[in-house]
Design a binder for this molecule. Structure first.
Ligand code: TXA
Ligand code: MG
Length: 324
């Protein structure tokens, strides 16, 4: 666990304009001072991410929102009160002074107050906002442990605070409140129904005119091993066909019988599955099989976020369409 001096050292590095590995309740972030253009450019350089992709700005307190956004609609305050600190990012019109490096030169900014105690401690001590994308190289699987971050960046990111395994395991729900009506740009643990209970109807899926969201590009969260995403009823027959053909495959499913295949049972509930998903993809990738065969979870709203990440990890494989 982290000591006070580890936090001091991390804050000192942030003040020098360096990027650090920071745990949040969703995934680990690669964090730097959101007011420092050179520090933010360093994040893009480390990730290998195109410079026009906006970053999420992390705040210690919901009250800081006014410094980062303008024309804040009432629904934003309702969502902030209801879900912050927590795995929800609000896209709002940006306040004057928010730098282009953070917003990808768009007129909007993504804001979130993370719930992880260590993220909160660092933000509070730092006293400013931290731009932090997931701490993975562009297009790769997001990290849910400190070791994953070290595996991604090695000596290039010397300070990685260790906050244990991320509780949620997949990235925050992103809601765009900068347009005519609230719209989910990226599904996450906070589901559409929960948002609607708080603010009424919420649309889903990015429009051509929606602010750009990198995690919403088709190919993302992808391990190196090809992935085959198959419908539940085809899962065991597909594994049998591979076995009969002498192919070495591994599997990922909600539940798994070891006699069927080498693989990982990710969990029977959406929360358990999300919690273990990225670590499972990394572990299966490391086995260097010919394929990773994944059973598609049900096309019901509660599985929407997990299905979204699986579809993106499996781009190129036959898909059966996104959930709602
Ligand atoms: O859970 C999370 O959100 C994690 C942790 C570290 O907080 N962060 C994360 O960051 O997933 P990243 O950069 O991997 O994904 C951020 C997403 C991207 O899809 C980005 O395009 C979108 O947020 N985003 C940020 N600002 C935006 C804006 N102004 N308009 C639209 N999308 C925005
Ligand atoms: Mg990411």
């Amino acid at each position: 666990m982290q000591t006070r001096s580890d936090i001091d050292e991390a804050v000192a590095a942030l003040r020098r304009g360096e990027a650090i590995g920071l745990p949040t309740e969703t995934v680990y972030g690669l964090a730097a001072d959101a007011r420092n253009a050179a520090a933010v450019r360093r994040i893009f350089e480390l990730k290998g991410r195109p410079a026009d992709h906006p970053l999420i700005v992390h705040l210690a307190e919901a009250d800081w929102l006014e410094e980062w956004a303008r024309d804040v609609p009432a629904v934003a305050l309702v969502l902030a009160r209801e879900f912050w600190p927590g795995p929800l990012t609000l896209v709002l019109r940006r306040a004057a002074g928010v730098i282009d490096e953070v917003t990808g030169s768009q007129d909007t900014v993504g804001l979130r107050v993370p719930a992880h105690p260590l993220a909160h401690a660092v933000l509070a001590r730092f006293g400013g906002a931290l731009a932090a994308p997931s701490a993975n190289r562009y297009g790769r699987v997001s990290p849910t442990t400190a070791q994953h971050v070290r595996d991604e960046f090695g000596d290039a990111v010397p300070i990685v605070l260790d906050g244990g395994e991320c509780d949620v395991g997949i990235e925050s729900t992103i809601v765009d409140l900068s347009g005519d009506a609230p719209r989910i740009l990226r599904p996450g643990q906070i589901a559409r129904a929960e948002l609607e209970a708080a603010i009424g109807p919420v649309a889903s899926g990015a429009l051509a005119t929606s602010p750009r969201a990198a995690g919403t590009h088709a190919a993302h969260y992808a391990p190196g091993t090809p992935i085959e995403l198959v419908a539940s009823e085809d899962f065991l027959p597909r594994l049998a066909a591979h076995r009969d053909a002498g192919r070495r495959v591994t599997a990922l499913a909600r539940t798994l019988h070891p006699e069927h295949v080498e693989g990982i049972a990710a969990g029977a509930t959406p929360d358990d599955y999300a919690h273990s998903l990225y670590a499972a993809l990394r572990a299966l990738d490391a086995l260097r099989a010919e394929r990773i065969v994944i059973e598609t979870p049900p096309a019901t709203p509660e599985w929407a976020a997990v299905r979204d990440r699986l579809m993106r990890a499996a781009v190129g494989a036959p898909l059966d369409g996104p959930g709602t």
